[in-house]
Design a protein around this ligand. Sequence first.
Ligand SMILES: Cc1cc2nc3c(=O)[nH]c(=O)nc-3n(C[C@H](O)[C@H](O)[C@H](O)COP(=O)(O)OP(=O)(O)OC[C@H]3O[C@@H](n4cnc5c(N)ncnc54)[C@H](O)[C@@H]3O)c2cc1C
Length: 573
Amino acid sequence: MTHTSPVAPAPRKTALIIGSGIGGLSLGIRLQSLGFDTTILEKLDAPGGRAYQKRTADGYVFDMGPTVITVPHFIEELFALERDRAALTTPDYPAQVLEGERVREGESGGPRTREYVKLVPILPFYRIYFDDGTYFDYDGDPDSTRRQILELAPDDLAGYERFHKDAGAIFERGFLELGYTHFGDVPSMLRVVPDLMRLDAVRTLFSFTSKYFQSPKLRQVFSFETLLVGGNPLSVPAIYAMIHFVEKTWGIHYAMGGTGALVRAFVQKFEELGGQIRYGAEVERVLVTDGRGKPVKRPTGTRVARGVALAGGEELHADITVSNGDWANLYLKLVPPQARLVNSDVRVRAARQSMSLLVIYFGFRRDGPNDRPLDLRHHNIILGPRYEELLTEIFGEKVLSKDFSQYLHVPTLTDPSLAPEGHHAAYTLVPVPHNASGLNWDIEGPKLVGRVLDFLEERGYIPNLKERLTHSEYITPDYFEGTLDAYLGNAFGPEPTLIQSAYFRPHNRSEDVRNLYLVGAGAQPGAGTPSVMMSAKMTARLIAQDFGIHPDLLGGPDEAVAQAQPETVGAAD
Ligand SMILES: Cc1cc2nc3c(=O)[nH]c(=O)nc-3n(C[C@H](O)[C@H](O)[C@H](O)COP(=O)(O)OP(=O)(O)OC[C@H]3O[C@@H](n4cnc5c(N)ncnc54)[C@H](O)[C@@H]3O)c2cc1C
């Protein structure tokens, strides 16, 4: 057998990951590269979590969650990993990533990605429709942005130039330099406060954009993106202005076959590296003992995670246990209260959860001879008549508003394979309050679905929609609460407010239980597919540090090959 591991860790450490969301899969791949033997336990029948892909009996394929894929470099990093070569000490942003041109056409994934899945760039990134029917095609190209600002609100052109410069500075410091910082203690956070103040990144994003733009339309264009990661533009810190730059720098991409194709590719990579996934494996409890393996009686002294108990009673033991599920659910339901001091029920219940969503997945006949052709793009944001008031009703008052904004996704404009011949597959997502609202979704769900579909037809977004409609189903906050086990049916984990960011966001290394870690939207840095991939790298680094992983395993594949070749060839022989 040829053996090229720089250091063969024997016996290998074992890891259990609760959940196969994109964060869980990314960490699974990373732990395999770090020399662990990893098993992912997923309660559902297939992987992806929020990125679950649904196939219907009548031939539609719907990505249930994320559709906007950013930072293809993070994906490439995962596909480039190899067993026992963790690439945790190589630069996070190598020169070719920082200096390379954004791919605008053709195939966009890196060379290792292409072995698993086909990524293509999407342009414009978004078409943003305003309530008066005008729109803004945002494509990350400053010249076209300037042209459209000149048409919509010429007086704001100078403001855009300043915004561009200041948001760029936030991106450099907040994403490129500090993005991978795990804020595990107060000093780590205090160190960055002066920078955040200097960049004016602690005020709210909406007030930040309002400094530069007078036009309400432009204030919306440059602040709505945080909604895609559960952040209320009126309360997320302006550090989130970096999203604008993340998109501009590396583009927005689509995985052919849908985000589900990317999820399957991650599963394939994880399994190729020797990882195992069990579906229909719901974790009921994290097994916690004291340092001597005895039951924990009170939340002081050493508390150690030993593995998990599945619904049905089976117990699985491992050196480390990682939760990729909902943060609040982990502590409120899976970790016994006597093992928790920091994440007590009171603290967890007091945290603010992100909003929830109603998402309608629907199929419809393509343009017939009597239909006005669709004037939509792959990603469409359709803003309602009110912005600040609507956000306040959703996030603050938690009521169902009379109007709504939505994100309409029509992937079949790029990839017809997702619908039967002659049809489109689409989804539209409407932010709604989470379940602290007390709304009865069995009653409100069908009513809101009817209003949204009527709106799309009456406003001409999809002419004759009801007559052309061939498939329609939807999810509400109850899906997030019941199926995904997310506290109060939150769609994106704890809300990213200033006082729930950095050190104040749940830590990726449990503050309460040794050998228990977190990865994904509920941990640092936050929600969204690029963030949960970052979260996986941050958690892998913490684990490497805690377990004193041999430095040879921490390097990248190329480095490791170069260093290891003479020795390992001999060892293999
Ligand atoms: C509708 C929607 C659209 C979105 N659009 C975008 C987008 O366009 N771009 C973007 O970047 N982000 C988007 N997001 C956010 C992004 O999808 C999420 O932040 C990210 O996918 C969350 O990944 P995760 O790793 O945290 O795990 P999750 O996807 O939350 O997965 C957690 C997994 O854990 C499993 N689990 C939970 N409890 C248990 C248990 N007890 N036992 C076993 N398994 C358990 C669940 O079944 C689930 O599979 C969207 C989210 C939603 C809901």
